[in-house]
Design a protein around this ligand. Structure first.
Ligand code: PEP
Length: 252
């Protein structure tokens, strides 16, 4: 029996200025304020964290950041630290999104340090992993995911990872309109849970939430969430519109 609380997250990427972010979040709160059976997170851009965080305070929608610097503070121009995120009201931080890995050359080693910085500061990391289309076609999906998990979570003990969330986001499904089928996603989520069990034990494997991300929309969320190892979703494009995202939140 799956007792994991569903986790529905929106990643606004580099969309919406402060005013647009505030307007959207106000509408979302009106539409989704009564939802109690899921954890909900929105990750706006860094510049909107503070105003959006003020509106979300004490609500059922929690604030997340899209990235983090692994250093505590110092001469790191353009970077944002864990304590800065906390001071804006963040509870979660997305780490290792494929756009960060592919466009900004984030490595598994960087990602490992970022997870460490988040956990040390009391932020909940959402570790994103996923294979490209070429890697899937070559039959390398599990090999790639194993490496991302192995290196991303290197040197952690099980007790460090009690709050960790993993998001499986096949790169070929992000922003492409191509969603993994329920069976494709379930197969990979089951594999990820087994990997966590092998590396960190059965208890963490049973409690860890594994999200699916990749062209999720109101029309496909229910089938995905019906899969036994899919505990939630990380939504990009469809989270930008409050009404559409509220329909995903209320998928039941
Ligand atoms: C994402 O960027 O994490 C994502 C899943 O995007 P989209 O929903 O637009 O595919």
């Amino acid at each position: 029996m799956n007792k994991r609380i569903p986790f529905i997250a929106g990643n606004w990427k580099m969309y919406k200025d402060c005013n647009q972010a505030v307007e959207t979040i106000k509408t979302l709160l009106e539409l989704a304020f009564e939802v109690e059976d899921a954890d909900i997170m929105i990750a706006p851009s860094f510049t909107s964290l503070y105003p959006v965080g003020k509106i979300l305070k004490d609500s059922n929608v929690k604030l997340g950041a899209q990235s983090i610097c692994y250093q505590k503070e110092g001469a790191f121009t353009g970077e944002i630290s864990a304590s800065m995120l906390l001071s804006c009201g963040c509870l979660y931080v997305i780490i290792g999104h494929s756009e960060r890995r592919e466009i900004f050359n984030e490595t598994d080693e960087n990602i490992n340090k970022k997870i460490n910085a988040a956990i040390n500061a009391g932020l909940i990391p959402i570790l994103c992993i996923g294979e490209s289309e070429a890697q899937r076609d070559a039959g390398d999906t599990f090999k790639i995911l194993d490496k991302q998990i192995e290196l991303g979570l290197k040197d952690f003990f099980t007790e460090d990872l009690n709050n960790l969330i993993i998001a499986y986001e096949p790169i070929w499904a992000i922003g492409t309109g191509k969603t993994a089928t329920d069976e494709q996603a379930q197969e990979v989520h089951k594999f990820i849970r087994e990997e966590i069990e092998a590396k960190f034990g059965k208890s963490l494997a049973e409690s860890i939430r594994i999200l699916y991300g990749g062209s999720v929309k109101p029309a496909n969320i229910k089938q995905l969430m019906d899969m036994p190892d899919i505990d939630g979703t990380l939504v990009g494009g469809a989270s930008l519109d409050a009404k559409t995202f509220s329909e995903i939140i209320k998928y039941k």
